[in-house]
Design a protein around this ligand. Structure first.
Ligand code: PLP
Length: 441
């Protein structure tokens, strides 16, 4: 490799971009160069309204002073401390803060660096927990069709998005999937759909098939985000909880998207009043500014590991950057910003206005379903025959050109703005979207 090769300005070829149509992007790049509160600025000086909180993560918006200052201070004070067998105060402070924010039973926090790592961590803890309790035969995992649990091998094994799985071999064995909850009879429902609680009973069928005593955990997103916003039918999550309880199966809620105010409460567990045994989170934990994730555990799970000689490690798992000082400082400043500005309540207060705006697109061409909850919305389009995902991708590019950042997955437009959004921004976002939908092929 020629190390002396000169760097070519504007050469985009080296960076292999994640989850991106690289060739299309590099022909017509969409570059953000700065951001403040609700807006990005593009390389050519245009403002783009952030309709997606970055990637479902910048819940407090961009360039928030407390967060920026916390990072500046922390990097000059303690830039890094070893994560194993050593500590630093802010990781403990943040863990306490999360324990206090989360519903009561979640007393312990394991730090990771992403949603994907949180999922791997929770799955490993589930299996090791049963083993610690003398039930080492509980190794099976249950996920759900259309579920997204990140991109590592555990996550894609329990996940159910076909393209995220089919290119990557045989995946983990001993994994089964519940059916997804997307039913046509629920089309255009505002908030939680009526039909589909019975789909949770499939867990009984899977338990009977393998023997319930072989199943370690069932993992679901309480509201499936990345697949295109699928809400849990009324009663569905409660039913899952009951079946898990009946068979000693741990229930894991993947709250990487729903955590930190997206649905108008700290976590979806609280919103739906169903307590899992573990919650995975990331994204809004640090407002997306510094990578960080976490697994929140009930005491019973944590305590099962706290046995044997005290000088020995209890859980052989962790990351070089678990609880990294800069990430912890960012997380603390993020929690302060959410609390000071009452952003979770703000999301709840705006829910109706938001829902009206999302559902106002019902009469637009190509729209076959609309879904919403909290500050989340999805507009599902009819695919162009023979060209799946093309229509929504065109909508994405056109919206960007007209000054709004949306996200698309397949032929579904997903919206999840920062929780600081104003009504005027909502009006603007949906007037642009209406315009885009009316001009699509
Ligand atoms: C529910 C859920 N789990 C896990 C992940 C993966 O998070 P990350 O991209 O931080 O690894 C995501 C990302 O969107 C997610 O939505």
């Amino acid at each position: 490799m020629a190390l002396d090769r000169p760097t070519v300005p504007n050469d985009l070829s080296a960076f292999w971009m994640p989850f991106t149509a690289n060739r299309q992007f590099k022909k017509a790049p969409r570059m953000f160069v700065s951001a403040d509160r609700m807006h990005y600025k593009t390389a050519d000086g245009r403002e783009v309204l952030d309709g997606t909180a970055g990637l479902w993560c910048c819940n407090a918006g961009h360039n928030r002073p407390k967060i920026v200052e916390a990072i500046r201070q922390q990097v000059g004070e303690l830039d890094y401390a070893p994560a194993f067998q050593m500590g630093h105060p802010k990781a403990f402070e943040l863990a306490n803060r999360l324990r206090d924010l989360a519903p009561e039973p979640f007393e312990h926090v394991f730090f990771t660096n992403s949603g994907s790592e949180s999922v791997e961590t929770a799955l490993k803890i589930a299996i090791a927990y049963h083993r610690a309790k003398g039930e080492g035969q509980r190794t099976r995992l249950v996920g759900r069709e259309r579920g997204y649990h990140g991109v590592n091998f555990g996550g894609i094994s329990v996940g159910g998005i076909v393209n995220n799985r089919k290119f990557f071999g045989a995946l983990l064995n001993g994994v089964d999937h519940l059916p997804h909850t997307h039913l046509p009879e629920n089309a255009f429902t505002r908030g939680q759909p009526e039909h589909g609680a019975h789909l949770a009973d499939e867990l009984e069928r899977i338990a009977a098939l393998h023997g319930p005593e072989t199943i370690a955990a069932c993992i679901v997103e309480p509201m499936a985000g990345s697949t295109g916003v699928l809400l849990p039918p009324n009663g569905y999550l409660k039913r899952l909880r009951e079946i898990c309880d009946k068979h000693g199966i741990l229930l894991i809620f993947d709250e990487v998207i729903t955590g930190f105010g997206r649905l108008g409460s700290s976590f979806a567990a609280e919103h739906f009043d169903v307590m899992p045994d573990m919650i995975t989170c990331a994204k809004g934990l640090t407002n997306g500014v510094i990578p960080m994730g976490a697994v929140l555990c009930q005491a019973e799970i944590h305590d099962a590991f706290m046995q044997g000689p005290e000088h020995l490690i209890e859980l052989f798992h962790g990351y070089t950057y678990s609880g990294n000082p800069i990430a912890a400082a960012t997380g603390l400043a993020t929690m302060e910003t959410y609390a000071e500005e009452g952003l979770f309540q703000r999301a709840a207060d705006l829910e109706d206005y938001w829902a009206d705006a999302v559902h106002s697109l019902r009469d637009c061409p190509h729209v076959v379903d609309i879904r919403n909850m909290g500050l989340i919305g999805a507009v599902e389009l009819e695919p162009i025959e023979g060209q799946p995902a093309k229509r929504a991708f065109d909508a994405f590019v056109q919206a960007y050109e007209k000054g709004v950042l949306i996200r698309v997955t397949g032929d579904i437009i997903a919206l999840s703005p920062p929780l600081i959004i104003e009504k005027a921004h909502i009006d603007y976002l949906f007037s642009v979207l209406r315009d885009v939908l009316q001009n699509l092929d």
